[in-house]
Design a protein around this ligand. Structure first.
Ligand SMILES: *Cc1c(COP(=O)(O)O)cnc(C)c1O
Length: 540
Protein backbone atom coordinates (compact mmCIF):
# COMPACT_ATOMS: atom_id res chain seq x y z
CA UNK A 1 0.00 0.00 0.00
CA UNK A 2 1.26 3.49 -0.84
CA UNK A 3 1.43 5.97 1.99
CA UNK A 4 -1.76 7.90 2.45
CA UNK A 5 -2.04 11.66 2.18
CA UNK A 6 -4.49 14.26 3.49
CA UNK A 7 -6.51 13.95 0.27
CA UNK A 8 -7.81 10.58 1.46
CA UNK A 9 -9.25 12.23 4.56
CA UNK A 10 -10.75 15.07 2.56
CA UNK A 11 -13.23 12.53 1.12
CA UNK A 12 -14.93 12.33 4.53
CA UNK A 13 -17.49 15.03 5.42
CA UNK A 14 -15.95 17.85 7.45
CA UNK A 15 -16.45 21.56 7.97
CA UNK A 16 -13.31 22.27 5.95
CA UNK A 17 -11.89 24.53 8.64
CA UNK A 18 -8.38 23.10 8.43
CA UNK A 19 -6.82 23.99 5.12
CA UNK A 20 -3.13 24.88 5.18
CA UNK A 21 -0.68 22.58 7.00
CA UNK A 22 0.60 24.11 10.23
CA UNK A 23 4.30 24.98 10.14
CA UNK A 24 7.09 22.88 11.62
CA UNK A 25 9.84 24.94 13.24
CA UNK A 26 13.38 23.81 13.97
CA UNK A 27 14.97 24.57 17.36
CA UNK A 28 18.65 23.78 17.05
CA UNK A 29 19.76 25.74 20.11
CA UNK A 30 17.35 23.92 22.42
CA UNK A 31 18.29 20.59 20.83
CA UNK A 32 21.94 21.34 21.58
CA UNK A 33 21.13 22.27 25.16
CA UNK A 34 19.19 19.07 25.67
CA UNK A 35 21.66 16.89 23.79
CA UNK A 36 19.06 15.85 21.21
CA UNK A 37 19.86 14.94 17.62
CA UNK A 38 17.53 17.78 16.59
CA UNK A 39 14.25 19.29 17.77
CA UNK A 40 11.28 20.24 15.61
CA UNK A 41 7.95 21.60 16.81
CA UNK A 42 4.68 21.02 14.99
CA UNK A 43 2.98 24.37 15.42
CA UNK A 44 -0.71 23.71 15.83
CA UNK A 45 -0.70 26.87 17.95
CA UNK A 46 -0.50 28.58 14.56
CA UNK A 47 -3.48 26.76 13.08
CA UNK A 48 -5.42 29.51 11.35
CA UNK A 49 -8.97 28.57 12.34
CA UNK A 50 -10.52 29.68 15.66
CA UNK A 51 -7.60 30.62 17.93
CA UNK A 52 -5.52 27.68 16.78
CA UNK A 53 -4.52 24.66 18.84
CA UNK A 54 -5.27 21.05 18.08
CA UNK A 55 -8.91 21.04 19.24
CA UNK A 56 -10.29 22.67 16.04
CA UNK A 57 -8.86 19.75 14.04
CA UNK A 58 -11.16 17.41 15.94
CA UNK A 59 -14.16 19.73 15.70
CA UNK A 60 -13.60 19.98 11.93
CA UNK A 61 -14.91 16.42 11.60
CA UNK A 62 -17.01 16.08 14.75
CA UNK A 63 -19.32 19.02 14.09
CA UNK A 64 -19.90 17.88 10.51
CA UNK A 65 -21.03 14.45 11.76
CA UNK A 66 -24.31 13.19 13.20
CA UNK A 67 -25.93 14.18 15.54
CA UNK A 68 -24.02 17.44 16.01
CA UNK A 69 -24.28 18.77 12.46
CA UNK A 70 -28.07 19.07 12.60
CA UNK A 71 -28.51 20.22 16.23
CA UNK A 72 -29.19 23.84 17.12
CA UNK A 73 -26.94 23.52 20.15
CA UNK A 74 -24.79 21.17 22.17
CA UNK A 75 -23.99 20.40 25.79
CA UNK A 76 -20.34 19.99 26.69
CA UNK A 77 -18.36 19.59 29.90
CA UNK A 78 -14.84 20.53 30.90
CA UNK A 79 -12.83 22.26 33.60
CA UNK A 80 -13.26 26.01 34.20
CA UNK A 81 -10.08 26.49 32.16
CA UNK A 82 -10.93 23.96 29.50
CA UNK A 83 -9.46 24.50 26.04
CA UNK A 84 -12.21 22.21 24.78
CA UNK A 85 -14.93 24.63 25.97
CA UNK A 86 -12.95 27.53 24.51
CA UNK A 87 -12.83 25.88 21.07
CA UNK A 88 -16.51 24.92 21.28
CA UNK A 89 -17.59 28.42 22.33
CA UNK A 90 -15.85 29.81 19.25
CA UNK A 91 -17.22 27.08 17.01
CA UNK A 92 -20.77 27.65 18.28
CA UNK A 93 -20.48 31.35 17.54
CA UNK A 94 -19.08 30.75 14.08
CA UNK A 95 -21.77 28.21 13.22
CA UNK A 96 -24.65 30.06 14.89
CA UNK A 97 -25.37 27.37 17.50
CA UNK A 98 -25.79 27.46 21.26
CA UNK A 99 -23.21 26.04 23.60
CA UNK A 100 -24.39 24.86 27.01
CA UNK A 101 -21.13 24.69 28.92
CA UNK A 102 -20.74 22.67 32.13
CA UNK A 103 -17.57 23.60 33.97
CA UNK A 104 -16.01 21.98 37.02
CA UNK A 105 -13.50 23.57 39.37
CA UNK A 106 -9.72 23.29 39.00
CA UNK A 107 -7.14 25.53 40.71
CA UNK A 108 -7.02 28.73 38.66
CA UNK A 109 -3.92 30.13 36.99
CA UNK A 110 -3.95 33.24 34.78
CA UNK A 111 -4.06 30.95 31.74
CA UNK A 112 -7.07 29.14 33.16
CA UNK A 113 -8.74 32.46 34.02
CA UNK A 114 -8.09 33.63 30.47
CA UNK A 115 -9.91 30.58 29.09
CA UNK A 116 -12.73 31.01 31.61
CA UNK A 117 -13.07 34.71 30.77
CA UNK A 118 -13.45 33.76 27.13
CA UNK A 119 -16.05 31.07 27.76
CA UNK A 120 -18.00 33.33 30.15
CA UNK A 121 -17.93 36.14 27.58
CA UNK A 122 -19.16 34.04 24.68
CA UNK A 123 -21.60 31.57 26.18
CA UNK A 124 -25.11 32.29 27.42
CA UNK A 125 -25.30 29.06 29.37
CA UNK A 126 -22.56 28.27 31.84
CA UNK A 127 -23.15 25.84 34.74
CA UNK A 128 -20.63 25.41 37.53
CA UNK A 129 -19.78 22.31 39.61
CA UNK A 130 -17.41 22.05 42.56
CA UNK A 131 -15.56 19.12 40.97
CA UNK A 132 -15.60 16.51 38.25
CA UNK A 133 -17.20 13.92 40.51
CA UNK A 134 -19.82 16.38 41.76
CA UNK A 135 -20.71 17.12 38.13
CA UNK A 136 -21.04 13.42 37.31
CA UNK A 137 -23.36 12.94 40.28
CA UNK A 138 -25.53 15.96 39.59
CA UNK A 139 -25.75 15.60 35.81
CA UNK A 140 -25.18 11.97 34.86
CA UNK A 141 -26.85 12.78 31.54
CA UNK A 142 -23.69 14.68 30.55
CA UNK A 143 -22.06 11.29 30.22
CA UNK A 144 -24.75 10.00 27.90
CA UNK A 145 -25.48 10.99 24.32
CA UNK A 146 -28.14 13.63 24.94
CA UNK A 147 -29.36 15.98 27.65
CA UNK A 148 -32.59 17.99 27.51
CA UNK A 149 -33.05 17.16 23.85
CA UNK A 150 -29.61 18.32 22.75
CA UNK A 151 -26.61 16.12 21.93
CA UNK A 152 -23.74 16.00 24.42
CA UNK A 153 -20.21 16.39 23.13
CA UNK A 154 -18.11 13.93 25.15
CA UNK A 155 -15.15 15.11 27.26
CA UNK A 156 -12.34 16.43 25.07
CA UNK A 157 -14.49 15.66 21.99
CA UNK A 158 -12.63 12.39 21.60
CA UNK A 159 -15.15 10.45 19.54
CA UNK A 160 -13.96 8.29 16.64
CA UNK A 161 -15.37 10.91 14.24
CA UNK A 162 -13.41 13.68 15.93
CA UNK A 163 -10.17 11.70 15.94
CA UNK A 164 -10.33 11.60 12.13
CA UNK A 165 -9.15 15.22 12.34
CA UNK A 166 -6.00 13.97 14.03
CA UNK A 167 -5.57 11.17 11.49
CA UNK A 168 -5.50 13.95 8.93
CA UNK A 169 -2.93 15.80 11.07
CA UNK A 170 -0.69 12.70 11.11
CA UNK A 171 -0.95 12.48 7.32
CA UNK A 172 -0.13 16.18 7.10
CA UNK A 173 3.11 15.62 9.02
CA UNK A 174 3.89 12.63 6.78
CA UNK A 175 3.62 14.90 3.74
CA UNK A 176 5.89 17.48 5.34
CA UNK A 177 8.51 14.80 6.02
CA UNK A 178 8.28 13.56 2.42
CA UNK A 179 8.68 17.14 1.22
CA UNK A 180 11.91 17.35 3.22
CA UNK A 181 10.71 20.09 5.59
CA UNK A 182 12.04 18.02 8.47
CA UNK A 183 13.81 14.66 8.88
CA UNK A 184 11.86 11.64 10.08
CA UNK A 185 11.63 12.08 13.87
CA UNK A 186 12.75 9.17 15.97
CA UNK A 187 10.13 10.11 18.54
CA UNK A 188 7.09 12.34 18.72
CA UNK A 189 5.93 13.78 22.05
CA UNK A 190 2.35 14.87 22.51
CA UNK A 191 0.10 15.58 25.50
CA UNK A 192 -2.49 12.96 26.36
CA UNK A 193 -5.85 14.08 27.73
CA UNK A 194 -9.00 12.37 26.54
CA UNK A 195 -6.87 10.52 23.99
CA UNK A 196 -8.30 11.63 20.65
CA UNK A 197 -5.18 13.54 19.72
CA UNK A 198 -2.80 10.64 20.38
CA UNK A 199 -5.11 7.96 18.92
CA UNK A 200 -5.60 9.89 15.68
CA UNK A 201 -1.87 10.53 15.34
CA UNK A 202 -1.03 6.84 15.80
CA UNK A 203 -3.43 5.94 12.96
CA UNK A 204 -2.45 8.88 10.72
CA UNK A 205 1.31 8.38 11.10
CA UNK A 206 0.89 4.67 10.47
CA UNK A 207 -1.06 5.31 7.26
CA UNK A 208 1.56 7.86 6.23
CA UNK A 209 4.19 5.16 6.84
CA UNK A 210 6.32 7.37 9.05
CA UNK A 211 8.70 5.15 10.98
CA UNK A 212 8.55 6.80 14.34
CA UNK A 213 7.13 6.22 17.81
CA UNK A 214 4.61 8.26 19.74
CA UNK A 215 5.11 9.24 23.37
CA UNK A 216 1.74 10.23 24.76
CA UNK A 217 2.40 12.19 27.96
CA UNK A 218 -0.47 11.75 30.41
CA UNK A 219 -1.87 15.00 31.77
CA UNK A 220 -4.89 13.37 33.43
CA UNK A 221 -5.11 10.64 36.05
CA UNK A 222 -4.54 7.02 35.09
CA UNK A 223 -8.23 6.10 35.31
CA UNK A 224 -8.93 8.56 32.47
CA UNK A 225 -5.87 7.78 30.38
CA UNK A 226 -5.34 4.04 30.55
CA UNK A 227 -3.54 2.19 27.80
CA UNK A 228 -6.61 0.05 27.13
CA UNK A 229 -8.73 3.15 26.67
CA UNK A 230 -6.25 4.57 24.17
CA UNK A 231 -6.02 1.23 22.39
CA UNK A 232 -9.81 1.06 22.12
CA UNK A 233 -9.92 4.58 20.72
CA UNK A 234 -7.23 3.75 18.13
CA UNK A 235 -9.28 0.77 16.96
CA UNK A 236 -12.55 2.73 16.98
CA UNK A 237 -10.83 5.41 14.87
CA UNK A 238 -9.70 2.77 12.43
CA UNK A 239 -13.26 1.40 12.19
CA UNK A 240 -14.65 4.91 11.58
CA UNK A 241 -12.10 5.33 8.82
CA UNK A 242 -13.00 1.98 7.30
CA UNK A 243 -16.69 2.93 7.45
CA UNK A 244 -16.08 6.06 5.36
CA UNK A 245 -13.36 4.63 3.13
CA UNK A 246 -14.18 0.94 2.57
CA UNK A 247 -11.05 0.35 0.49
CA UNK A 248 -9.09 0.47 3.75
CA UNK A 249 -8.75 -2.98 5.33
CA UNK A 250 -11.06 -3.41 8.34
CA UNK A 251 -8.22 -4.06 10.83
CA UNK A 252 -4.93 -2.23 11.14
CA UNK A 253 -2.08 -4.37 9.85
CA UNK A 254 0.74 -2.46 11.42
CA UNK A 255 0.66 0.56 13.70
CA UNK A 256 3.59 2.68 14.79
CA UNK A 257 4.72 1.87 18.34
CA UNK A 258 3.26 4.10 21.05
CA UNK A 259 3.48 4.35 24.81
CA UNK A 260 1.95 6.33 27.64
CA UNK A 261 4.36 8.32 29.72
CA UNK A 262 3.18 9.17 33.25
CA UNK A 263 6.29 10.79 34.67
CA UNK A 264 5.08 14.38 34.21
CA UNK A 265 1.56 14.37 35.63
CA UNK A 266 2.71 15.81 38.97
CA UNK A 267 -0.08 16.42 41.46
CA UNK A 268 -2.81 15.80 38.92
CA UNK A 269 -4.85 17.27 36.10
CA UNK A 270 -4.52 21.06 35.83
CA UNK A 271 -2.05 21.21 38.73
CA UNK A 272 0.97 22.83 37.20
CA UNK A 273 4.37 21.30 37.94
CA UNK A 274 7.88 22.64 38.48
CA UNK A 275 9.22 20.49 35.63
CA UNK A 276 6.49 21.91 33.41
CA UNK A 277 7.38 25.41 34.46
CA UNK A 278 11.03 24.75 33.57
CA UNK A 279 9.99 23.41 30.16
CA UNK A 280 7.84 26.49 29.61
CA UNK A 281 10.76 28.76 30.43
CA UNK A 282 13.08 26.81 28.14
CA UNK A 283 10.77 27.19 25.13
CA UNK A 284 10.16 30.85 25.86
CA UNK A 285 13.79 31.43 24.95
CA UNK A 286 12.70 30.70 21.38
CA UNK A 287 9.37 32.50 21.63
CA UNK A 288 7.33 29.30 21.79
CA UNK A 289 4.54 29.64 24.29
CA UNK A 290 3.32 26.61 26.25
CA UNK A 291 0.49 26.41 28.78
CA UNK A 292 0.73 24.57 32.10
CA UNK A 293 -2.03 21.97 31.88
CA UNK A 294 -0.96 19.97 28.81
CA UNK A 295 1.92 21.19 26.68
CA UNK A 296 4.34 22.15 29.46
CA UNK A 297 4.06 18.65 30.91
CA UNK A 298 4.54 16.97 27.52
CA UNK A 299 7.68 19.05 26.93
CA UNK A 300 8.89 18.26 30.47
CA UNK A 301 8.87 14.56 29.55
CA UNK A 302 10.91 15.20 26.43
CA UNK A 303 13.36 17.25 28.47
CA UNK A 304 13.67 14.51 31.11
CA UNK A 305 14.12 11.71 28.57
CA UNK A 306 16.83 13.71 26.81
CA UNK A 307 18.80 13.69 30.07
CA UNK A 308 18.47 9.92 30.49
CA UNK A 309 18.94 8.55 26.98
CA UNK A 310 20.64 9.50 23.75
CA UNK A 311 17.82 10.62 21.49
CA UNK A 312 17.98 11.35 17.79
CA UNK A 313 15.73 13.89 16.07
CA UNK A 314 12.54 14.48 18.07
CA UNK A 315 9.32 16.27 17.29
CA UNK A 316 7.20 18.03 19.89
CA UNK A 317 3.56 18.47 18.89
CA UNK A 318 2.37 21.87 20.11
CA UNK A 319 -1.34 21.38 20.82
CA UNK A 320 -2.29 24.61 22.63
CA UNK A 321 -4.29 27.52 21.28
CA UNK A 322 -2.93 31.04 21.02
CA UNK A 323 -3.51 33.47 23.86
CA UNK A 324 -4.56 35.75 25.30
CA UNK A 325 -8.14 35.41 24.13
CA UNK A 326 -10.53 38.33 23.68
CA UNK A 327 -13.21 38.72 26.33
CA UNK A 328 -15.72 41.17 27.75
CA UNK A 329 -14.54 43.60 30.41
CA UNK A 330 -17.41 42.51 32.65
CA UNK A 331 -16.95 38.77 32.18
CA UNK A 332 -16.79 38.24 35.92
CA UNK A 333 -20.35 39.49 36.34
CA UNK A 334 -21.48 36.78 33.91
CA UNK A 335 -20.19 33.91 36.06
CA UNK A 336 -22.56 31.67 38.02
CA UNK A 337 -22.66 33.01 41.60
CA UNK A 338 -21.12 29.86 43.10
CA UNK A 339 -18.14 30.10 40.74
CA UNK A 340 -17.63 33.81 41.43
CA UNK A 341 -17.64 33.06 45.17
CA UNK A 342 -15.21 30.19 44.77
CA UNK A 343 -12.82 32.35 42.75
CA UNK A 344 -12.88 35.04 45.43
CA UNK A 345 -12.15 32.59 48.22
CA UNK A 346 -8.55 32.80 49.42
CA UNK A 347 -6.81 29.47 49.51
CA UNK A 348 -4.14 28.04 51.77
CA UNK A 349 -2.01 27.10 48.82
CA UNK A 350 -2.28 30.48 47.11
CA UNK A 351 1.38 31.26 47.70
CA UNK A 352 2.36 28.22 45.72
CA UNK A 353 -0.25 29.00 43.12
CA UNK A 354 1.20 32.45 42.73
CA UNK A 355 4.47 30.99 41.58
CA UNK A 356 2.86 28.75 39.02
CA UNK A 357 0.38 31.36 37.97
CA UNK A 358 3.18 33.78 37.28
CA UNK A 359 4.80 31.38 34.88
CA UNK A 360 1.58 31.00 33.01
CA UNK A 361 1.03 34.74 32.96
CA UNK A 362 4.46 35.22 31.54
CA UNK A 363 3.53 32.70 28.95
CA UNK A 364 0.27 34.38 28.16
CA UNK A 365 1.68 37.81 27.84
CA UNK A 366 4.65 36.79 25.84
CA UNK A 367 2.57 35.36 23.07
CA UNK A 368 -0.08 37.91 22.55
CA UNK A 369 0.72 41.10 24.35
CA UNK A 370 4.41 41.33 24.05
CA UNK A 371 7.63 39.46 24.29
CA UNK A 372 10.70 39.44 26.42
CA UNK A 373 12.25 41.34 23.59
CA UNK A 374 11.06 44.78 22.66
CA UNK A 375 12.14 46.50 25.88
CA UNK A 376 14.30 49.59 25.75
CA UNK A 377 17.87 48.37 26.19
CA UNK A 378 19.41 48.72 29.64
CA UNK A 379 23.04 48.11 28.69
CA UNK A 380 24.46 48.81 32.14
CA UNK A 381 22.20 46.20 33.72
CA UNK A 382 24.33 43.45 35.29
CA UNK A 383 21.93 41.63 37.55
CA UNK A 384 22.78 38.09 38.61
CA UNK A 385 19.20 36.97 39.14
CA UNK A 386 16.89 39.34 37.34
CA UNK A 387 16.80 39.84 33.58
CA UNK A 388 17.00 43.39 32.25
CA UNK A 389 13.28 43.38 31.41
CA UNK A 390 12.44 42.30 34.94
CA UNK A 391 14.56 45.14 36.29
CA UNK A 392 12.51 47.50 34.14
CA UNK A 393 9.26 46.13 35.54
CA UNK A 394 10.55 46.73 39.08
CA UNK A 395 11.59 50.24 38.21
CA UNK A 396 8.20 50.96 36.62
CA UNK A 397 6.39 49.65 39.69
CA UNK A 398 8.69 51.55 42.06
CA UNK A 399 7.91 54.79 40.26
CA UNK A 400 4.30 54.30 41.35
CA UNK A 401 4.90 52.93 44.85
CA UNK A 402 7.61 55.49 45.72
CA UNK A 403 6.47 58.80 44.23
CA UNK A 404 9.13 60.78 46.14
CA UNK A 405 12.10 58.71 45.07
CA UNK A 406 14.66 60.45 42.89
CA UNK A 407 15.45 59.18 39.43
CA UNK A 408 18.83 57.94 40.64
CA UNK A 409 17.24 56.04 43.50
CA UNK A 410 14.80 54.42 41.10
CA UNK A 411 17.61 53.45 38.75
CA UNK A 412 19.56 51.81 41.58
CA UNK A 413 16.59 50.03 43.10
CA UNK A 414 16.45 46.93 40.87
CA UNK A 415 20.13 46.21 41.57
CA UNK A 416 19.39 46.34 45.29
CA UNK A 417 16.64 43.76 44.81
CA UNK A 418 18.95 41.64 42.66
CA UNK A 419 21.66 41.65 45.37
CA UNK A 420 19.10 40.62 47.94
CA UNK A 421 17.81 37.78 45.75
CA UNK A 422 21.29 36.37 45.08
CA UNK A 423 21.39 34.61 48.42
CA UNK A 424 17.77 33.49 48.45
CA UNK A 425 16.60 29.89 47.94
CA UNK A 426 15.83 28.79 44.40
CA UNK A 427 12.12 28.33 45.11
CA UNK A 428 11.71 31.91 46.26
CA UNK A 429 13.60 33.22 43.25
CA UNK A 430 11.34 31.26 40.88
CA UNK A 431 8.39 32.76 42.69
CA UNK A 432 9.75 36.28 42.24
CA UNK A 433 10.22 35.65 38.49
CA UNK A 434 6.61 34.49 38.37
CA UNK A 435 5.39 37.47 40.33
CA UNK A 436 7.12 39.98 38.07
CA UNK A 437 5.78 38.26 34.95
CA UNK A 438 2.29 38.09 36.44
CA UNK A 439 2.23 41.79 37.12
CA UNK A 440 3.85 42.80 33.84
CA UNK A 441 1.73 40.59 31.61
CA UNK A 442 -1.29 40.02 33.81
CA UNK A 443 -3.24 42.92 32.41
CA UNK A 444 -5.38 40.91 30.00
CA UNK A 445 -6.84 38.26 32.31
CA UNK A 446 -7.75 41.13 34.61
CA UNK A 447 -9.88 42.79 32.02
CA UNK A 448 -7.58 45.70 31.47
CA UNK A 449 -5.95 47.06 28.38
CA UNK A 450 -3.73 45.07 26.10
CA UNK A 451 -0.51 46.62 27.17
CA UNK A 452 2.40 45.65 29.32
CA UNK A 453 2.71 47.40 32.65
CA UNK A 454 5.96 49.05 31.61
CA UNK A 455 4.21 50.61 28.63
CA UNK A 456 1.46 52.25 30.67
CA UNK A 457 1.93 55.88 31.78
CA UNK A 458 2.44 56.19 35.58
CA UNK A 459 -1.16 57.22 36.46
CA UNK A 460 -2.55 54.19 34.63
CA UNK A 461 0.08 52.03 36.28
CA UNK A 462 -1.14 53.27 39.67
CA UNK A 463 -4.73 52.52 38.71
CA UNK A 464 -3.67 49.04 37.59
CA UNK A 465 -2.15 48.32 41.00
CA UNK A 466 -5.15 49.59 42.90
CA UNK A 467 -7.39 47.38 40.76
CA UNK A 468 -5.08 44.43 41.35
CA UNK A 469 -5.41 44.95 45.10
CA UNK A 470 -9.17 45.12 44.71
CA UNK A 471 -9.19 41.59 43.27
CA UNK A 472 -8.36 40.03 46.64
CA UNK A 473 -6.63 36.68 46.97
CA UNK A 474 -3.89 35.81 44.57
CA UNK A 475 -3.75 39.03 42.56
CA UNK A 476 -3.81 41.35 45.56
CA UNK A 477 -0.98 39.26 46.97
CA UNK A 478 1.00 39.75 43.77
CA UNK A 479 0.62 43.54 43.99
CA UNK A 480 1.65 43.59 47.65
CA UNK A 481 4.57 41.28 46.98
CA UNK A 482 5.87 43.56 44.28
CA UNK A 483 5.45 46.63 46.48
CA UNK A 484 7.41 44.94 49.29
CA UNK A 485 10.20 44.08 46.87
CA UNK A 486 10.33 47.70 45.71
CA UNK A 487 10.43 49.01 49.28
CA UNK A 488 13.19 46.60 50.10
CA UNK A 489 15.24 47.56 47.08
CA UNK A 490 14.69 51.21 47.97
CA UNK A 491 15.68 51.07 51.62
CA UNK A 492 18.81 49.10 50.90
CA UNK A 493 20.18 52.29 49.39
CA UNK A 494 22.21 54.40 51.83
CA UNK A 495 20.80 57.56 50.20
CA UNK A 496 17.38 56.74 51.67
CA UNK A 497 18.56 56.20 55.22
CA UNK A 498 18.75 59.83 56.36
CA UNK A 499 15.03 60.28 55.70
CA UNK A 500 14.34 57.41 58.10
CA UNK A 501 16.65 58.70 60.80
CA UNK A 502 18.83 55.62 60.31
CA UNK A 503 22.54 56.22 60.51
CA UNK A 504 23.57 53.08 58.75
CA UNK A 505 25.08 49.92 60.19
CA UNK A 506 27.56 50.39 63.00
CA UNK A 507 29.63 47.53 61.82
CA UNK A 508 30.68 48.41 58.33
CA UNK A 509 30.88 45.61 55.85
CA UNK A 510 34.37 44.32 55.27
CA UNK A 511 34.15 45.24 51.58
CA UNK A 512 33.16 48.84 52.37
CA UNK A 513 36.17 51.08 51.60
CA UNK A 514 35.09 53.53 54.31
CA UNK A 515 35.19 50.82 56.98
CA UNK A 516 37.58 51.31 59.90
CA UNK A 517 39.98 48.54 60.84
CA UNK A 518 38.16 46.33 63.31
CA UNK A 519 39.90 47.13 66.65
CA UNK A 520 38.76 50.75 66.41
CA UNK A 521 35.01 50.21 66.73
CA UNK A 522 34.49 51.20 70.35
CA UNK A 523 30.77 51.88 70.03
CA UNK A 524 30.22 48.35 68.86
CA UNK A 525 32.56 46.76 71.33
CA UNK A 526 30.82 48.59 74.21
CA UNK A 527 27.56 46.92 73.27
CA UNK A 528 28.95 43.42 73.51
CA UNK A 529 28.16 41.60 76.76
CA UNK A 530 30.97 40.04 78.73
CA UNK A 531 31.43 36.34 78.41
CA UNK A 532 28.99 34.33 80.53
CA UNK A 533 26.52 37.18 81.17
CA UNK A 534 22.89 36.26 80.50
CA UNK A 535 20.15 38.64 79.38
CA UNK A 536 17.84 39.91 82.14
CA UNK A 537 15.17 37.45 83.14
CA UNK A 538 16.96 34.41 81.75
CA UNK A 539 17.79 31.81 84.38
CA UNK A 540 20.88 29.84 83.51
C1 LIG B 1 -7.25 18.99 24.91
C2 LIG B 1 -5.84 19.25 24.83
C3 LIG B 1 -4.90 18.21 24.67
C4 LIG B 1 -5.25 16.75 24.73
O1 LIG B 1 -5.95 16.28 23.69
P1 LIG B 1 -6.83 14.94 23.87
O2 LIG B 1 -7.28 14.67 22.51
O3 LIG B 1 -7.95 15.28 24.82
O4 LIG B 1 -5.95 13.87 24.43
C5 LIG B 1 -3.56 18.53 24.54
N1 LIG B 1 -3.16 19.81 24.59
C6 LIG B 1 -4.02 20.84 24.76
C7 LIG B 1 -3.48 22.21 24.82
C8 LIG B 1 -5.37 20.60 24.89
O5 LIG B 1 -6.21 21.63 25.08
Amino acid sequence: MDPWSTHHLDLIPRLGWVTEPTPVTEHAAIARRLGLGGLWIKRDDRLAVLCGGTKPRKLDYLLAAKPFAAADGWHAAGSIGSGHLVALAQAAKQLGRQLHAHAFWVPPSPQILDNLAFVASHTEHLCFYEGRVRMALRRPQLFSSAYRGRPVIPPGASTPDATLGMVRAGLELGEQIREGLLPRPERIYVALGSGGTAAGLVVGLSLAQVETSLHAVATVERSLSSASRLRDLIHATWRALHHHLPRLEPHPTQLIPWRIDRQSLGRGYAHESDAGEAAMTLLLTEDVQLEGVYTAKAMASLQRDAKRERLGPCLFWHTAHRGPLPHDDNWQTRLPAALARRLARPSGSSRRRLLLAGGAAAALGLVGIGRVTGYAPWPQWQGAVLAAWEAQVLRAAAEVFLPHATREQLDLLPMGVDHFLCTMPKGLILEIHGLIALVEHGTTPLGLRLSRLTELPPPERAEFFSRLEGHRGLLAQAARGLRDLCLMGFYRQPSTWAALGYEGPWVKRSDDPSADPRPEWPTYEALKASRGVMPKGVVS
